[in-house]
Design a binder for this molecule. Structure first.
Ligand SMILES: [Zn+2]
Ligand SMILES: [Zn+2]
Length: 354
């Protein structure tokens, strides 16, 4: 027995020494395998279903594990995103959802954290899809100004890419964005319909940010609502009746109050005031739960988390009394989660892509 143990230890040591003396070769081989697996992988598909994935669950507060606000909706073969915060396009890629497949971006409002990942998405879409047309951005009035700004900022880059890769690889008519705006809705209105998918925009309360909307996606009897940024919203509750899943923003006031106190104690009155200001136009987990209960949703997914929480150990502290206000399940969103609603069924399937 003793000889066997010694033998195993010696073999393990030799293996470790071999790996490190051949680190260059082993690394090259592992990289080659990973590239083949990754680049040759089949596109992510969930069949005839409506899926919602979290390509960013963060907020403007920095968190290395969370990209800015970003949701991906897959209806059958069609891929859409709702908001594109910083790091969202990178996350899509890492989730195995090729940004080139995105057919349109829906914007809930024009706060910087919801649009600041749009530059990388446009580039990945254009170069990856060999796209001859700019990517469509659908949003309430004001979206044209956002699109004009991005197109202007990236115009020189556009020229460099065409000059370097050629017009066949990156068609000069593609790249950047084109805006499709709808009037600021006073009530729910259908803003997009295609192949059984219906997208309805509804107003939410994010004053003084105007316009601010949420979106409801309906596909073959299944439905997902994305709140955008809002305080507890009666119009969201009315527009979300009977939805399967509500992806709702959430801010935990007790945790934010801790931050306010610490900022004041540190003499940072400026940022302390900002942490007080944000309380009135976001929703606590408890209120998000009450909204979900009012709609009859099966699943409440919290996203756009404020403050940034570092891991699942902190979920109960973040949730507070939310569970007492909702009979369904509450999930604290993490980047990479995907929830799938098979067409015509009543199940909710789950996938983790990061
Ligand atoms: Zn936001
Ligand atoms: Zn906002």
């Amino acid at each position: 027995m003793r000889k066997l143990v010694i033998g195993v230890v010696v073999v393990a040591l030799v293996a470790v020494v071999a790996i490190f003396t051949m680190q260059r070769q082993v690394g090259g081989w592992l990289f080659e395998r990973a590239v083949q697996q990754r680049i040759g992988a089949q596109p992510v598909a969930y069949g005839d279903a409506l899926s919602v994935g979290l390509c960013g669950t963060g907020s403007p507060l920095p968190n290395p594990d969370r990209a800015g606000p970003c949701n991906v909706v897959i209806a059958g073969d069609h891929v859409f995103v709702v908001d594109m915060g910083e790091g969202g396009a990178r996350n899509l890629n890492l989730m195995g959802i090729d940004p080139a497949r995105v057919e349109a971006v829906f914007l809930t409002h024009f706060h910087s954290d919801h649009i600041d990942g749009m530059g990388p998405l446009a580039l990945m879409h254009w170069t990856g899809a060999n796209a001859a047309l700019p990517l469509t951005v659908i949003g309430p009035e004001g979206v044209q100004q956002v699109v004009d700004g991005f197109n202007s900022a990236y115009r020189q880059d556009h020229g460099y890419r065409v000059a370097h890769h050629g017009e066949v690889i990156v068609p000069p008519t593609g790249g950047g964005y084109r805006a499709v705006s709808f009037p600021i809705p006073a009530a729910p209105q259908v803003v997009f319909e295609q192949d059984g998918l219906k997208v309805t925009a509804f107003p939410v309360d994010h004053n003084p940010v105007l316009p601010a909307v949420g979106y409801r996606f309906d596909y073959k009897g299944r439905s997902v609502v994305i709140s955008g940024d809002t305080s507890r919203s009666a119009s969201l509750e009315a527009a979300s009746n009977g939805a399967d899943i509500i992806v709702h923003e959430a801010l935990q006031p007790k945790m934010v109050a801790e931050m306010t106190g610490a900022l004041e104690a540190a003499g940072n009155a400026n940022t302390a005031q900002i942490t007080r200001d944000i309380l009135d136009y976001h929703t606590s987990p408890e209120d998000a739960a009450k909204s979900a209960q009012a709609t009859g949703a099966k699943l409440l997914v919290l996203s756009h988390l404020v403050p940034p929480i570092p891991g699942s150990f902190f979920h109960p502290a973040f949730l507070g009394d939310a569970a007492e206000n909702f009979e369904g399940e509450i999930v604290v969103g993490e980047d990479g989660m995907v929830f799938t609603l098979p067409a015509g069924g009543d199940t909710i399937d789950r996938d983790e892509r990061l």
